[in-house]
Design a protein around this ligand. Structure first.
Ligand SMILES: Cc1cc2nc3c(=O)[nH]c(=O)nc-3n(C[C@H](O)[C@H](O)[C@H](O)COP(=O)(O)OP(=O)(O)OC[C@H]3O[C@@H](n4cnc5c(N)ncnc54)[C@H](O)[C@@H]3O)c2cc1C
Length: 475
């Protein structure tokens, strides 16, 4: 007899995450329905199953069906970076654009507690937060004098706009020690990897958060993260590679620019169009590529129009856009980096946060009469960084504000590049990430002329215009 189609949700109120994972896993060998399988399970039987299959035989994908929602509160933004460096999970964090930090909202790292730099560290944090709050009032006043309520803009919308614009400027003061809340939805397999990274981290705050996350997770998934521990490979790699790489002399100088396209697939457009033909024909990939590479420009433009010209506002281009890769060596302020790191569908390698690359100064800071205070605070942060660095190099980054620049290497495909550019060049995005998105778009347009019209941005802005309008100094 043909079985009727059934589609239903497993009840997370009745079944724990580990039991759900087993109910799904067992469909591989059992002809029974999912609810029948689930009815035969208990917590103990599920734990035994995971011990045997996931832990014992390494059938780890089963653990992906056990999902947790973890509330993480009052951790430093430096710890947030490590937590969110795992791409196979979902995060929402406290925004530096829509919330204001109060003056005691900072973390004091254990590495410097009781040391000769602890006072200096706390004083610098207090100074940064005091200046942040003073600036908030002054910038808001200044902006409400020069930005007027627009036609059809309600009083409330205008107030929110001024507040957000002020936060966008004042956030440059916020150090990475600022405390934040993050909501994390993650499956047990990704969580195990996260915990391994956190438990192997050189900073004690991050190791402790890792332990606490493991403790609360064990209440719901007693087997799947039971063995998550620090990892020698992750601990040793930094020392081993630093030892070798520090012998190579860098010839970088400050005129080299802030956005370098390090590498790209020169025939990326052909790869993508060939993959598109491959999908919708009986051609082999080689045949499709040969055909595409011999087409006249007009035909190529017409196929590209079918690929990219008909996308609606919320449409995602087809996966074939992933067959071209481009990489960038980018310098952006830490605030912009904090947003950039949220783009999970690309490879990112950020250098450790240090004051070596200088800091960005928003123009409004100067126009609101706050330039001297800003420079003093940034210099104090730099001095404190080097004082802490003597004691613990990793802990020194806690003191650096969002204004300081960060260097990050990104490798992305054109599908994710289009998404990044669309999202981060929108008028409601912060001006620092708009500048980066505009520059990345410009580079892509120059490397991929056929696709260039679809990497154009709907606004009149350019990255140079953004630099002129929003920054006094960038580094
Ligand atoms: C206006 C605005 C305000 C924001 N405010 C906040 C804020 O207050 N707090 C905050 O934490 N973040 C905020 N963000 C960041 C935002 O939540 C995203 O993390 C960030 O924009 C990266 O976008 P993404 O997830 O689409 O990109 P990527 O991670 O690069 O993902 C690319 C695409 O892959 C798909 N994808 C990736 N992962 C998944 C998944 N797990 N499930 C389903 N689909 C997936 C989606 O289609 C996604 O668009 C804001 C962003 C914008 C634009």
């Amino acid at each position: 007899m043909i079985q009727p189609r059934r589609i239903y949700l497993l009840d997370t109120k009745k079944l724990g995450p580990e039991t759900i994972a087993v109910a799904f896993a067992k469909t591989s060998r059992s002809p029974k329905s999912f609810d029948e399988i689930a009815a035969e399970l208990s917590d103990e039987r599920s734990a035994d199953f995971h011990e045997k299959w996931v832990v014992g035989y390494g059938h780890s994908s089963v653990a992906e069906h056990a999902v947790l929602h973890i509330a993480v509160e009052n951790i430093s933004r430096l710890a947030v970076e490590c937590l969110e460096s795992n791409r196979l999970a979902s995060y929402t964090e406290k925004s530096s654009r829509y919330q204001v930090w109060d003056e005691n909202n900072f973390f004091i790292p254990e590495e410097i507690q009781g040391s000769i730099v602890e006072n200096k560290y706390s004083e610098t944090c207090k100074l940064l937060f005091k200046e942040y709050q003073t600036a908030f009032g002054k910038v808001k006043k200044y902006l409400s004098e020069i930005k007027h309520r627009q036609k059809n803009e309600s009083e409330r919308a205008y107030t929110i706009r001024i507040r957000t614009c002020s936060a966008d400027v004042c956030r440059y003061y916020l150090p990475t020690s600022s405390l934040a809340n993050v909501g994390v939805s993650i499956n047990a397999r990704a969580l195990e990897h996260t915990l391994r990274k956190m438990l192997s981290h050189p900073l004690s705050e991050i190791r402790k958060i890792g332990k606490e996350i493991r403790t609360v997770s064990l209440k719901k998934i007693p087997t799947l993260v039971k063995y998550a521990d620090s990892n020698d490979y992750l601990i040793q790699i930094e020392g081993e590679i630093t030892n070798r790489s520090s012998k190579v002399i860098s010839r970088v100088n400050s005129d080299d620019g802030w956005c370098e396209c390090a590498d790209y697939d020169e025939d990326g457009e052909f790869q993508i169009l060939a993959a598109l033909f491959y999908r919708f024909s009986n051609l082999s990939f080689k045949e499709a590529y040969e055909h595409i590479s011999q087409l006249p420009q007009q035909k190529l433009e017409s196929i590209t129009e079918s690929l990219l010209g008909k996308l609606g506002k919320h449409d995602i281009p087809v996966r074939e856009m992933e067959y071209a890769q481009i990489s960038f060596d980018l310098i952006v302020d830490q605030g912009a980096y904090f947003e950039l790191k949220r783009h999970r569908m690309m490879a990112q390698t950020a250098k450790p946060f240090s004051p070596q690359l200088g800091y960005a100064t928003p123009k409004t800071m100067s126009e609101a009469g706050l330039l001297d205070n800003f420079i003093t605070a940034m210099e104090k942060a730099r001095e404190t960084f080097y004082a802490i660095h003597e004691i613990h190099p990793h802990a020194a980054a806690y003191i650096l504000p969002n204004a300081y620049n960060r260097r990050v290497f990104l490798k992305m495909n054109l599908r994710t590049a289009l998404h990044l550019i669309k999202l981060r060049s929108a008028p409601n995005a912060h001006f620092a990430i708009r500048r980066a998105a505009q520059r990345v778009a410009e580079e892509i347009r120059s490397k991929y002329p056929l696709f260039a019209p679809y990497f154009k941005i709907d606004t009149d802005e350019t990255w140079r215009g953004l630099e002129n309008d929003f920054f006094l100094i960038i580094s």
